[in-house]
Design a protein around this ligand. Structure first.
Ligand SMILES: [Zn+2]
Length: 72
């Protein structure tokens, strides 16, 4: 397993809501820690860097993947 690649794409972005989730380490491609986006079509999801995504003002953090974020 390439840990450097995992570090670069350790988040999952739901493009329909512009919400960033944490990728569940070791799980399948779009599995998140909160499990909330199982029902979202893969076409609407993309792997992103959490570090990069959370600094974007156009995206929200999942309140369950990021305790204290205050969003859903
Ligand atoms: Zn989440």
């Amino acid at each position: 397993m390439n840990t450097a690649l995992n570090d670069a794409t350790n988040g999952v972005l739901n493009e329909t809501t512009n919400t960033v989730h944490k990728h569940e380490t070791g799980a399948s491609e779009f599995e998140t820690e909160c499990g909330l986006i199982h029902h979202v079509a893969p076409d609407n999801l993309c792997r992103v860097s959490v570090e990069r995504a959370v600094t974007s003002e156009s995206t929200d953090r999942c309140g369950r993947c990021f305790p204290g974020a205050g969003g859903y």
